[in-house]
Write a protein that binds this ligand. Sequence first.
Ligand SMILES: [Cu+2]
Length: 146
Amino acid sequence: MLKKLLVIGLMAASAHTIGFAANHEIKMLDNGTDGSIVFEPGFVKAEVGDTVTFIPTNKGHWTQSRVVPEGAEKFLSEEDKEFTVKLTNEGVYVYVCPPHRMMNMSGIIQVGKATNKEQAEKMVVELEKRANDNKGRLAKYFEQVK
Ligand SMILES: [Cu+2]
């Protein structure tokens, strides 16, 4: 019994040293702390190997990538469906909710270093230009990309 506990203890210690991959939850909301028709949180800082799960808390939303890090897969979820993305490559994701782009329902995930920051910035500028409501919200998230 004692030996078994010791083995479990050692396993836990080594796993901790390596680091567990984290899952980051992003809610799709009609109203959030950053305003209406919004991803929350709109900016996520993650590491390679982490996952992000989009939660359809309110109805009528989904998510589509517009910029992904080099080597990473683009994504497109279904309306009102929970959706998980594995973050396999370093860089910046810019994503939108397709029916609510005009309301600036969009967000940013930074994985490790911002290897494609310029490409992401171009998309942020383009999306901000087209937004009618919640102007500046995505640009504010992008300010957190370091
Ligand atoms: Cu939406």
